[in-house]
Design a protein around this ligand. Sequence first.
Ligand code: KDG
Ligand code: MG
Length: 406
Amino acid sequence: MKIQDVKVFVASPGRNFVTLKIITEEGLYGLGDATVNGRELAVAAYLKDHVAPCLIGKDAHNIEDIWQYLYRGVYWRKGPINMAAIGAVDMALWDLKGKAAGLPVYQLLGGRSRKGVTLYAHAQGATIEETLGAAQVWIDKGFKAVRLQCAIPGLEGTYGVKTKEQKDYFAMQSKRYLPPEEPWSTAKYLNFIPDLFKAARERFGDSVELLHDVHHRLTPIEAARLGKALEPYHLFFLEDAVAAENQESCAVIRQHTTTPLAIGEIYNTIWDCKGMIENQSIDYIRVAATHAGGISGVRRIADYAGLFHVRTAFHGPPDISPIGHAAHMHLGLWVPNFGIQEFVRFGTEVSDRVFSYPMRVEDGMALLEDKPGLGVDFNEDEADLHPYKRSYLPVSRLEDGTLWNW
Ligand code: KDG
Ligand code: MG
């Protein structure tokens, strides 16, 4: 199964996605997602100029050897752009192997461990009432787990909530084509968030799992205070309570609270999460196939995490394409230490014209049709109708103007 051609597409059907297509001499093709939000063109150029030429003529069956070739062979290991490129190649090769074998990728990983992939949805609002109303919509659809984010009173600008200018919290293609800026106050946030979860438990009782994303904004001791304050509302997990670079930080939080901790959406390799997995200072690992070396990279991390009671919660934002989400669905069906899967949506009306995918949601669970490979298809002509648009995530500043973590 020799690789004959490699194509890279950057399209913006609602938001930017980088798609890799690997074509074999037999005419089979595999698809991979290489989207790095806000830095899409960098990974596309890296793939086109540096990775694609090395793949031509290689045997597409040798997934592990190609992974090692791109990881060890580059000399400059790790890094978000490099690992997203490796991730896309890896996904495309698993897709190809599945197509060649006539089997869905989860079968190649070891088969099905559960009937479907349990999801958590996002609820957000400008007030507690609005946030709980948004959660109610998901609960009424049968979701068993919801992430709650709410605007912080007294802070101009919002957290986890779209502004009036944004049609969508995640689709931040601001007219200025520059990162929007949002204000942040840790004191206002910490004083408010426990009220949100108190109100949620009063309204929903214990019938639903509740989650929250701090988005890297606290110091370890501030995160410890939040974890303690949230204990009465028994969260499923508290996500990214601190900036993720320092692996010792979660151990500090751990000394103070039993609120479960999740981290890892910005990690690229097993080395980024090794310490906190071994120390059992986290409960859920949030790596994404798109950003952490594909199915092979994430499988290694998930297997290692399982030894230390750490379960999976793969990153599932809308800035991962349906190909990346499909990779998580296959991993989630197989992985023994599955925890939960983030779900915002697989696609939109516009992106559905570009990507078709075999996933549907029933009672808060993602179900996968048994199609060979990853099961996603990509319409090149339709993608051409949606050219790249420069787009950034916001940046945060403290009220005195100091740059902070978004
Ligand atoms: O590109 C960054 C987003 O994917 C991220 O901000 C979303 O934190 C996020 C989440 O948990 O989905
Ligand atoms: Mg997050």
